[in-house]
Design a binder for this molecule. Sequence first.
Ligand SMILES: C[S@@+](CC[C@H](N)C(=O)[O-])C[C@H]1O[C@@H](n2cnc3c(N)ncnc32)[C@H](O)[C@@H]1O
Length: 290
Amino acid sequence: MTETWTIARILTWTQQHFVKKGVESARLDAEVLLAAVLDVNRIYLYTHFDKPLTTEEREAYKASVKRRAAREPVSQILGKKEFYGVELRVTRDVLTPRPETEHLVDAVRDWVRDNAIEAPSIVDIGTGSGAIAIALAKEIPESLLVATDISVAALAIAKENIATHELTERVEILHGDLFAPLEGRDAFDVVVCNPPYIDPAIREQLDPEVKEYEPAEALFADDGGRAIIGRLCVEAPTHLRPKGLLAFEIGHDQRETALALLGDAGVWDEIKIGRDLQGHSRVVTAFLRS
Ligand SMILES: C[S@@+](CC[C@H](N)C(=O)[O-])C[C@H]1O[C@@H](n2cnc3c(N)ncnc32)[C@H](O)[C@@H]1O
């Protein structure tokens, strides 16, 4: 007699399969993907362990399991990711927004609040899915944003997310290389950016989820990962008002690099580097000297 594929049995099998394939959070991913196929929350799985799956449910789950076993990120299989309490559509064309980037949103929001800036103008350079721009637009209701990216494909996803969250009136999208699309525009109160900052030389050390499924232009920067950060430090001043805020993310080992690049530019005051929840240096803030 063949055994029935209940929720409990299929989860156990999938977890073991994922472990063999090197998936880090094997059990969690098995549950998240099954919950999505069944259109239920994860608690439901635990309260219905003995429920048999229909053939259609099994086939749909098998397709998701196959993709995850090939190390495709869960976010891309589901086509969505939550960032700062906001659900965003994600595809292979955009970086999946990371929890540590939420600190960048916090830093900008706190600065706007602490300085009582009414209706701040903010540019999010390299917006990807639109994560930072959308989170800031929701957090700071009077703000006006511009979101730029060099990737046309990424901007198509950003545009969709901005429309889904009914922010089209407040978040403008521009295509181009760093500050090039902003030529001739008024200076901003804030320049925020989560730049590509990984050294291409360490590509092979990255997880398959990253190196095989996320866009290279979202990950890597020349000059050992420093190129875009260096350009931000030099090019942002032209587009910031005096005492305006520059806020950007760095890799966990780039603290000294960021300090040196900001120092070399010679126009930044009150440079601070905040840590993420893992204790890694992550969020750089500086004010443009007046
Ligand atoms: C690390 S991802 C950040 C995406 C998103 N802001 C986030 O935090 O999830 C970097 C983004 O910068 C874009 N990018 C890379 N080089 C760029 C450049 N020279 N000018 C503008 N955007 C660039 C990439 O296409 C990518 O969307």
